[in-house]
Structures are given as C-alpha cells and as structure tokens.
Design a protein around this ligand. Structure first.
Ligand SMILES: [Zn+2]
Ligand SMILES: [Zn+2]
Length: 1014
C-alpha cells in the first residue's frame, strides 16, 4: 500500500480508496516499525500532559457508542504527543459491580441470588474475573483497531487489591470525619438483583407502565357510614399501612356516594371517579387524630398489638395524621401512609414516630406476619388484594393508570421501595467544597458546568453499599458489642487480623469474609459486614490509585501492597509521580458521567486532596441510531463496533465522532458514515491528482518541509492565497484542539479540502497539464504539495490511518530525514508571516467575484474572526462594465472579504476619493493581471476593534443558541467572560438585540440560560 511508485516516485492511488485495506496495512506497519514505541521514546522528556482515562466496563464487546469517547480521547492524546508532550497512555477497565454480575448470572443461567450462593461465591468470583479478563482483552483489541494508542499492557483494573486498598483509605478518612453512617432507610430496590440502587443510578431509568389505580374507603371508628377515601397505584403497599395523612391547611368534604359517605379534599371532589354530593365540609385539622380501620385488618401485622409492636409508644397507629406534604393535585387529598414502603412515608413516620412495617424480603416476597400474603411475590399480589378489598366492601373504584415508573437500570425490573440497612456517606459538609472545586474546572461545552453544579446542589447522601458479591468489600467490621472498626488498607487488615483465618488470595468475597479482626474499641473479634461497595467508588479512586498517591495521615498507601495486573514492582509509582501527574489536564466522558464518574472522582479527590482531580472535562452526548432512537440490543438497532469498522473503516467512524457537536446526541448509521466517506473523497481526489501528475513530471519538492510553506519567487497570487489558507487551516485546527472544540477541526479540514479541490486545483489545472516550460508549473506543484502535506499533518490525530498512508507517499523518501510516519512529526504551527499572506487571501476572494462574475465561494471567510476585519478595500479598473458589475456586488463582496467598505473606482492610477488616498494605506496593492488594481486599508481603530469583538461575541452566542437547539424566539440571559466587559459596556444594547438577550452579566465564561420566549 505505501510502497513508493516506480523508480521512487509517488505511488499512484486508486480513485476510491479501500479504507479497510489501508487501515489493516497501517496497523501492520505501525506494529513492525514500532511507531507507537518510538513516539513514546521521542516524547519521554517532554512536558507532562496528564490525561486520565475513565475506566470502561470490561463486560461486553464494544458498541459504536463506546468508540465515540475512545476516539475523542485518542485525538487529544495524539495531538498532545505531536506537540512533544509526554503522556502516560494508560487505559482503565472497570471490573466489579452489578453489571458484571448480571452478565455472569445470565451466562450461567441464574436468575436469583440464591442460585449464586448455591453455586459458591468462590466460583462465582472466578467467573466474574474471567469475564473481565476476556472482555478487557477484547476491548483492547477493538480499541487498537479503532486506531487508539494506549499502552495496553499497563492498563489499570479496578478489581486489584491496590485499588481496593486505596478506597478503604478513603472510607477510613470519611469515617474519621464522622461522615460514614449506617442508615435504616427506605431505598429503591430491585427484587431481581436483590439490591438497592442509589440516587445516581436512578436518574435515567424509567419506563412507561400500567398500574392499578384504586380508590379505597377506610371506615372511621365510631362514625358509622363514614370513611376516608385514599388513592393508591401500589396495592402491594396497603398491607403495610399505618396511618392516613391529611393536609391540615386544606378543607375536606364528606361526599355521599352510592358506596357510602367518604371524606376527600374539597379540591378533589370533582376528581372522585364515583358520583356523589357534598354533605359536609370541615378543616383538615379537624380530621387529625381520628381512628380508622386499616385496608386489610385481618393480617396479623395489622392487629394493633403488632403495629404498636415492641415499642408501645406507637400510639398513632391507624389514625389520621397531619402532613403539609399532602398534595391536592392528585388522588383524594388523603394519603395512605406506609413508612416501610416509601421514602417520604418513612421520613414522615420518623417525625411522627409511626411504626415501620417492612412487608417484603430482598427477593420481593412477603415476610411472615402477613397472613395469606406471606411467601407470595410482590409482583403477583395485586389481583388478590383487589378481590379482598372488594369483598370487604371498601373498594370505591378500581381503574388503571399509565405513568412513568422507575426500573432497574441493569435488568429493567420495576423497582419497589424497601426499608434496608445501608451504608451512607453524609454529604452536607462536602457539598460546598465540591461545588467550589467543580467551579474551577473548565467544562466543555461550557453549559455542563451548570449541570454539575445542579447535581451537587441537590445530591443526597451517597448510598455506598450493595447487597451483592463481586465487588469492593466494604472494610467495616462490627464486634458483638456493635463497635465499628473501619480498616484503612490491606496492610492494616493483615495487622488487625485475628489468627486462624484461611488464606487471603485477593480482597474479594468469599475469602475476605473469613478474615476476622480485633475490634478497635474493645479488642473482641469483629466480622466484616456482608455488603460490597458501589462500583463508582472503584472508578472514583483512580486519580489516586493509578498515580501512587501516599496518604500522609500515616495510613500506608495501597500501591506498595500489590501491583496491578501486568505491573511489576519496578513500575510502582511513588508520591512524586502523583505530584507530577495530578490533577489531570482533562477527562473525557459522556454527560451521564456528571452524576457518576465525574462525581465520584470529584467527591473522593475533594476528601483526600481538597481539589478537583481534573482541570478540564470534555463532555459528549449519547449515540442513537440513524432515526434518532436509543440503541438497544433488544430492539435490534444496536451496532457492534466490529460490524461498523468492517463496513466503513475506523477513520470514517472517527471523523463522524470528531465532527459531532458534543452537546447533541449522535445519530450513528451507515448512511451518515457513507456521507462522511464521500466527503473524504474531496481530499483524496486532490491527493490523487497530485500523485498522478507529480509522478509523471517527476516533481520533487525543493528543500525541507517548513510550516510556513515554500519560498518561491514565482508564486502566483492564487498560490499565495492557498498558502494563506493553509496557515489558516493550521490556526483553526490548533485552536479547536487546544480548546477541545473538536468539531472546529473537522470543519476547518472540510473547508480546506473544498478550497483545495474546487478552487485551487480547478483554477490552476492548466499549470499542471502543460509542458516543462509552462509558466508557474514548479510553483504550482510546490504549493499543492505543501498544502496536501499540511492537511495530512493537521488530519493525523483525527484520521490516523489515511493521514499516515498519504504522508508516506507524499513525504517519506521524498524529503530527506523526514519522519517515517506522520505520527512522529510535529503538529504544524502558524508562521509569523501569516498576517501578510492573509491579504493575498482577501484579494483572491475579491478576484473570484470580479473575474468569474459569480457569487464568491462561500465559507472561505466564514472563519475569519471579525476582529481581523479590515476597513476599506479599493478596486479600480479601466473597463466601466466591469466596474459596474463589481459595484452591484459591493456589499456582498465586502461581507465575504471581511472589509467594512468596498469602493469601486475608475483610474487613472491613484486610489483617491474624498478623505483619503493610498498614502494612508498600511499595506500594498495587488494587481490581478487582468486590469484590476486593489488596495486594502488594514488600520484597525479602537472603535473598529470594539465593533469586531462585539460581532465576534454575538457570533459565539448565536453558536451557543444553535448548539442548544434553542427556538429562534427564545429569550435568554447571557453570562459573558469578564475580559469582554469593555465590549459589552460599549455595545451591550446592540449585542442584546442581536441575540434576544434579556440580560448580559459578567462571569467565568460564555454561557446562557433560557428565560422564556418572545
Ligand atoms: Zn435488577
Ligand atoms: Zn468492640
């Protein structure tokens, strides 16, 4: 593929490249030439650029949605390496937790925790570990195929003793601060997985489901014929009823219906599904304290003795209680309260000291004491309960309701709420430090800063325990007296261990459960609690565990106790290593990670070090299918990575990912991929044109490859224009990559490829076709070669395969001592002559109008920032017809050429008009060769500068509106960077009018919030 053509000249290329074949060929060459190893070697003394890879779950092969983030990460790393920066190139694998367990369960044919325990926790742990090893290998291979360069043999794994030991140190620190709490709380619970879920696991997982909608009458004691009407969509909670709540500030009506007289909130009378008329109205407070008969009074737990239970002070059982939280927006305005089945009920129960009836066990079956319900499953009882209520005569109405309901994110089982003992990290004290740390992070796109802050402002205590098996063992040990000992590292565990425990091959269940320790308070034997940890603890510690951080609070750091997979003792980093590489310059993950990995990283880092572990965060969206639907294995619209890369090649996929605005979800499909591949043909055609003719003409570029381009006296204006455009390409690619605005890179490359093909080559073809003595032929080759090589260098991080393939044909063997691979070259830098050359660019655009009489090529100037705007362009021609034609287009040309005014003049000679002459122009004149003469005034006055900056600000705000898909009429509040204060002071009203802004206020960066519509 990359061999030189005959006799060392350029190898001719196919009209349409075989992308997959080129990529396979490049993979083999990179391997045999050790290109990546050489890159690491040549950057080993460079200034560190710390990238922290978020661990990918090693649980399944990659889908196309994984490839998005991995591409962005690779682009960032390759670019920084081309800048000479030293990188760690460490990838990470997430290894523990429910997602691995559920897949292993599936592969073993299990569907309950009982089956796992019968199988044996040791065999189950081994099966989980095997699955991780299998898919870590698979994902590494797939990532390499994507072109991702990582030091795959040195990946980190979250299941190692070292990682676990670091988390223990963190938990011990939280305990020392008094934030670790064992809580008896109502949690969302998956009865299939047998575990509770925390707030961050719940946020995105809801489904439309149909539930019963029951209106139940609860007879009032001592008032025959009167009942309280309550409404529920969860009949399974009725057996745990202990109270009915009313809103004490609302009015309640007694309604006479065919089924008897029932109390409902006056505001809800019209919503009762049975006809009736109001016969009495009272204040809610008047109902408080009245006793009623519970919905299922025959259940043993509902006998008052049981409800009052061991704690005889529960005197409010089966009475009406007051609660300000009772809604008058739905139901009857009387709320059935079951503190064992709902978080709000539980809180109310705590405040009023109500009994807590916990009806179901961890598998979802009714516990003892529930009579005919005991042993039945919560999913099967609705019909039975309804028929009991009917025969007791207290069912007023039964219907159905369709609503969004939370489900388990892993297995889609509808969740129930259950009282459980879990471990929590209290977060009230860390909330403000975390918000401050997050505010110091540079979020890209900027609006994600607000999303993180919203999450932190509202986060509840972190539920860190899971009642499962393959996970971080929580290092909490309880003695018989109930003293809690928190073990802070593996070393500490071994030091505290009571003799007699078996071997401890790894810090996992079941082996660790056999180790007992001496209680830190009384010295008695203490056993570990059975819970494992939230997997976001595993991933959140890696900014410390992978970099060799040492806790100075005298707890031995974990790393020395055992290297990770694939690491030897010599690889163990020390604390100095951590200091060098912490914090990361950037982390890059999808937006869900704001409440997951970005959150847990931040939490743990603020606890251990007081600051954010990343300076920047690049956040991107979700991958959907071509029709915009979420991809699901079960729906059959998920695309596996292997299929996609075989069909369209990795470069095309990478281009799609890089060009996608990270604020929006990406619609991935073969149609979009084919479109991207077709766009690439524009560049490929120019390249093919060059190698064809340059091979025939045996052209060799003169001299070395320079960022500034060739120096040739014979350069035509159009050559200079292309060289100026190449400088602009470098500038836009660099600023896109530096600011993590990656779509700007593909946009710049796309437009340059268009200019190269549709403008430069089309207008200069004859110079390539002519004989040896064609004027300007050598300059044309020199220019085109330089433009192609510059494109390839700019393209290298984005499309590493195609770029290297072209580089090898255009440069290797042609330029002495040039790097063998484009990836061993530097990323080009803008040369200082740019400003001068830019003028030729403007002049050529101007010529395009004048010479062709057609609309100038659009887009070429779109990226010229308005602050570069020039003031006046003058054009003169002998021919009155030509002058008239241009004058008719003056506004358009001025806009396209980024000048404020264009004046068309008749010679003779001097460009003069009232007020100034060419003498006042700071730059020279251009003659187009067909009679036009042009001059440009490049003076930028302070007022012009302000205006330019104001236009630039407007443009950025408009882009932000577009990125957020705002309606064109949406009114906004704008926050602008403080360094634009002078611009806003001068031209604020104009900016506000242009952008429909209601307010403009200074802040950390540019951002906006919608305040309504016009
Ligand atoms: Zn589940
Ligand atoms: Zn003790």
């Amino acid at each position: 593929m990359s061999e030189q053509g005959p006799a060392g000249w350029y190898r001719p290329v196919a009209k349409i490249p075989d992308r997959v074949a080129i990529e396979q060929d490049m993979l083999a060459r990179w391997e045999s030439e050790q290109v990546f190893a050489r890159l690491r070697e040549q950057t080993s003394d460079g200034e560190p650029y710390s990238f922290l890879d978020g661990p990918i779950t090693a649980n399944n092969p990659m889908g196309v949605h994984h490839a998005w983030g991995r591409t962005l990460k690779d682009v960032i790393q390759r670019y920084q390496a081309m800048n000479g920066r030293q990188l760690r190139w460490q990838s990470g694998f997430d290894c523990q937790g429910l997602w691995v367990e559920v897949e292993v369960e599936k592969s073993l044919g299990f569907n309950s925790k009982r089956e796992i325990e019968a199988f044996g926790l040791d065999r189950f742990a081994r099966a989980c570990r095997d699955r991780v090893a299998t898919y870590a290998g698979k994902i590494s291979d797939q990532s390499a195929r994507l072109g991702m360069w990582m030091d795959w043999d040195r990946s980190y794994y979250t299941m190692t003793d070292a990682n676990i030991s670091y988390i223990w140190g963190f938990l011990a620190e939280c305990h020392r601060r008094g934030w670790l709490q064992a809580g008896h709380r109502v949690m969302p619970w998956c009865h299939r997985c047998g575990t509770s879920l925390s707030q961050h696991e719940l946020a995105d997982s809801h489904a439309e489901v149909t539930h019963p909608s029951l209106f139940v009458g609860l007879p009032l004691d001592g008032r025959p014929g009167e009942a309280l009407a309550v409404w529920t969509t969860t009949p399974w909670t009725l057996p745990a009823n202990v109270a009915v709540a009313v809103n004490p500030g609302a009015r309640y009506a007694l309604v006479r219906t065919l089924a008897g007289d029932v109390w409902v909130a006056e505001a809800r009378v019209g919503h009762l599904p049975v006809p009736g008329r109001v016969i009495q109205v009272r204040a809610g407070a008047d109902l408080v304290g009245r006793a009623y008969r519970p919905p299922l009074p025959d259940l043993p737990v509902q006998q008052s003795g049981a409800v009052h239970g061991a704690t005889a002070q529960h005197t409010t059982a089966h009475r009406v209680v007051a609660w300000d939280g009772v809604s008058l927006e739905e139901g009857t305005g009387l709320v059935h309260i079951a503190p064992g089945c709902g978080a709000e009920d539980f809180e109310l129960g705590r405040a009023l000291d109500l009994a807590v009836l916990a009806p179901i066990d961890e598998d979802g079956r009714y516990a003892d004491g529930y009579g005919w319900l005991s042993g039945r499953h919560v999913a099967d009882v609705d019909a039975h309960i309804i028929s009991r209520l009917t025969s007791a005569g207290c069912l007023l109405h039964a219907g159905l309701v369709r609503h969004r309901y939370p489900q388990c994110w892993r297995c889609a089982t509808p969740l129930v709420h259950r009282v459980v003992d879990e471990w929590f990290l209290a977060c009230d004290q860390i909330r403000e430090p975390m918000r401050a740390a997050a505010a110091a992070v540079s979020w890209r796109p900027a609006h994600f800063a607000r999303r993180m802050d919203d999450w932190l402002a509202n986060m509840g205590d972190w539920c860190i325990s899971r009642k499962r098996y393959w996970g971080l063992p929580l290092p909490f040990y309880l003695c018989r007296a109930g003293h809690l000992t928190v073990v802070g590292s593996k070393d500490e565990l071994l030091a505290l261990a009571v003799p007699g425990a078996g071997p401890l091959p790894e810090l996992h269940r079941p082996w660790i459960d056999a180790v007992k320790v001496a209680c830190g308070t009384c010295g008695a034997e203490a056993a570990r609690v059975p819970e494992v940890g939230d997997c976001w603890l595993d991933a959140g510690i890696v900014a410390f565990s992978t970099l060799g951080w040492r806790n100075r609070r005298a707890r031995p750091g974990g790393y020395a106790e055992g290297a990770g997979e694939g690491l030897t003792a010599a690889d163990l980093p020390d604390h100095g290593y951590w200091q060098r590489w912490f914090p990361a310059e950037v982390v890059c993950e999808m937006y869900e990670q704001i409440r997951l990995w970005f959150y847990s990283l931040l939490f743990m880092s603020v606890v251990l070090d007081g600051r954010a572990p990343y300076r920047g965060a690049l956040v991107y969206g979700r991958v959907r299918d071509e029709r915009g639907r979420e991809m699901h294995k079960s729906r059959g619209n998920a695309i596996w990575f292997d299929d996609a890369v075989a069909a369209v090649g990795a470069d095309t996929m990478r281009w799609l990912y890089v060009s996608q605005s990270p604020s929006r979800d990406l619609s991935f499909g073969y149609g979009a991929a084919r479109q991207a591949a077709r766009r690439f043909l524009t560049l490929w055609n120019s390249y093919a044109f060059f190698v064809t003719y340059a091979g025939l003409d045996r052209f060799r570029p003169a001299g070395e490859l320079r960022d500034s381009g060739p120096e040739a006296a014979a350069l035509a204006p159009v050559d200079r224009w292309l060289l100026a455009r190449a400088q602009q390409l470098i500038r836009h690619c660099r600023s896109g990559l530096d600011q993590l605005n990656l779509p700007a890179v593909t946009t710049a490359l796309d437009r340059f490829a268009d200019d190269l093909s549709n403008w430069y080559i089309r207008s200069t073809r004859e110079r390539f076709w002519g004989g040896e003595d064609t004027p300007g032929k050598a300059a044309a080759y020199q220019t085109l070669w330089y433009a192609l090589v510059t494109t390839v260098r700019c393209l290298a991080p984005v499309m590493p395969f195609a770029a290297d393939d072209m580089w090898r044909n255009l440069v290797s063997g042609v330029i002495p001592d040039a790097p063998a691979s484009v990836h061993l070259d530097r990323y080009p830098v803008v040369c200082e002559m740019y400003e001068q050359i830019r003028l030729w660019f403007y002049s050529l655009l101007f010529m395009s109008v004048v010479l062709d009489g057609r609309a100038p090529y659009r887009g070429a100037l779109v990226y010229g920032r308005v602050r570069d705007e020039l003031r006046v362009m003058l054009a003169a021609h002998q021919d009155a017809g030509r002058r008239d034609r241009l004058a008719g287009l003056a506004d358009l040309v001025a806009r396209e050429c980024n000048v404020m005014e264009l004046h068309v003049l008749a010679p003779p000679g001097e460009f003069t008009r009232a007020g100034f002459s060419t003498a006042g122009f700071t730059t020279g004149e251009v003659t187009t060769g067909d009679g036009w003469a042009v001059a440009l005034d490049t003076t930028i006055t302070p007022a012009l500068d302000l205006e330019g900056r104001a236009r630039d600000l407007v443009r950025r705000i408009q882009r932000l509106r577009k990125d957020r898909d705002l309606a064109v009429t949406a009114r906004i509040d704008v926050t602008f960077p403080e360094d634009e204060a002078a611009v806003v002071a001068a031209l604020g009203p104009w900016i506000a009018q242009q952008t429909l802004a209601r307010s403009l206020s200074p802040g950390a960066g540019l951002d906006l919030a919608v305040t309504g519509t016009e």
